[in-house]
Design a binder for this molecule. Structure first.
Ligand SMILES: Cc1ncc(COP(=O)(O)O)c(C=O)c1O
Length: 401
């Protein structure tokens, strides 16, 4: 229980003493630090997982806004139901059906304020202090923070070029670990840029059924495979044990803060209940914009352009690494998404610090592990760096190495 000093004066007051225990769970301010680096226009930034503004549909968004206003479509301006507007849910369900071969029923889908809210709602609905969550090592920092903020124990299982090491997970489970949740990014993983193989997907779903945990499948980069294909989603293979967290941030634009969660009806009902006292509903304007954008087929046109842009950037990055990096440096070869993951013979945190002085921002690997390992790794994001600057930035990193 908190006991305040006898008499609080401006000198003795510290708000920190009043902060909730869960804020001290090591969630940190890592993402804010990354966003800070990206905002510095002086740096060549391989740091943030940002889409390139070239992909932002400004003209079509202006057209849709004008149409919605002129048609007197109040649904775009009014509060929305907590689960999301019926039309938007229908458009999202149709997209899942077209892209993943399965359609969530009405009560199996909730619209969220970005993918990060879907993760937060799952964490809030499932985790008590001390519960275990398994993640990939490395994984998305925002997910580590979301799970930690509910005082859970976040445990990493390694991954390789075929994604999560499902055999290592099986061994850990056989040895007695009992997670409530397993969080995975099967497609073009953040930060490693690898994709979970089809065989491992089936095996992972079977483990969830056997040991009774929920798989949280984050599909943030799924639609950005350079060749437009993807293995079956975990949710389509195991709709009884998977909740899928999706986002329109990388494919439409992040300014709308729009995403979804699809899963078993009982789980989705719990998420909707949790959402009532976070934001109550996701922004209706963004929901209507995305719905119209998807119904007109514009999202598919945009995706083609985005895939070509990111494939070109990735190729440029890999060629620059090949050309310049000294012996002993290794990197992953993504087939989609925004990231390549480097393994270095030196301390990456120190290198990242020196890189800033050389005008280049990268994210050191330790931020992507719950236990602070990854000291010899760093993430390079190629999504939002101009082609020529990719060469310049990589050359500077190679010089530092
Ligand atoms: C793997 C992954 N999941 C979720 C998100 C969150 O996306 P948003 O909250 O913008 O939808 C990101 C953003 O970088 C991400 O990389």
């Amino acid at each position: 229980m908190y006991r305040s000093p006898m008499a609080v004066t401006p000198e003795t007051r510290t708000w920190e003493a009043l902060f909730a225990a869960r804020t001290r769970a090591g969630a940190g301010d890592g993402i804010a630090a990354i966003l800070g680096l990206v905002a510095n226009p002086e740096l060549i930034s391989f740091a943030g997982g940002f889409p390139d503004p070239l992909t932002f549909p400004a003209g079509r968004t202006a057209q849709l806004l004008a149409e919605l206003a002129e048609a007197g479509d109040n649904s775009a301006f009014q509060y929305a139901p907590t689960q999301g507007l019926a039309g938007t849910r229908d458009a999202l369900a149709s997209r899942l059906e077209a892209l993943q071969g399965a359609r969530p029923a009405d009560d199996e889908l909730v619209v969220t304020s970005g993918g990060i809210e879907a993760l937060e709602l799952v964490a809030k609905s499932f985790l008590d202090a001390g519960d275990t969550v398994v993640v990939e090592g490395p994984t998305y920092l925002g997910a580590i923070m979301a799970f930690r903020s509910f005082e859970s124990d976040v445990v990493a299982v390694p991954l390789d070029e075929d994604g999560l090491d499902v055999d290592a997970l099986a061994a850990t489970l056989a040895a007695g670990l009992r997670p409530k949740l397993l969080y995975t990014i099967p497609d073009h993983q953040n930060p490693a840029g690898v994709t979970l193989s089809a065989e491992r997907r089936g095996a992972l779903v079977e483990l969830a059924r056997r040991y009774g945990f929920l798989i949280v499948e984050d599909v943030a980069y799924r639609e950005l495979g350079f060749d437009g294909t993807a293995p079956a989603s975990l949710w389509s293979i195991g709709p009884d044990v998977v909740v899928q967290a999706g986002t329109t941030s990388k494919t439409f634009f992040p300014g709308v803060r729009l995403g979804w969660a699809a899963g078993p009806a009982e789980v989705v009902a719990q998420l909707v209940s949790a959402k009532q006292n976070t934001d109550q509903c996701s922004g209706a304007l963004g929901q209507r914009l995305f719905e119209e954008y998807a119904r007109r087929g514009w999202i598919d046109e945009q995706l083609e352009l985005s895939r070509a842009l990111y494939a070109r950037r990735c190729e440029r990055l890999l060629a620059a690494l090949e050309r310049t990096m000294p012996e002993g440096v290794e990197w992953t070869r993504p087939r989609g998404g925004f990231f390549s993951w480097l393994t270095l013979p030196v301390d990456a945190t120190e290198l990242a610090r020196r890189a800033v002085d050389a005008g280049v921002a990268v994210v050191p690997g330790a931020l992507f592990f719950p236990d602070g390992s990854g000291g010899g790794n760093m993430r390079l994001s190629f999504s939002n760096v101009d082609d020529e600057l990719i060469d310049v930035g990589v050359e500077r990193l190679a010089t530092l190495l």
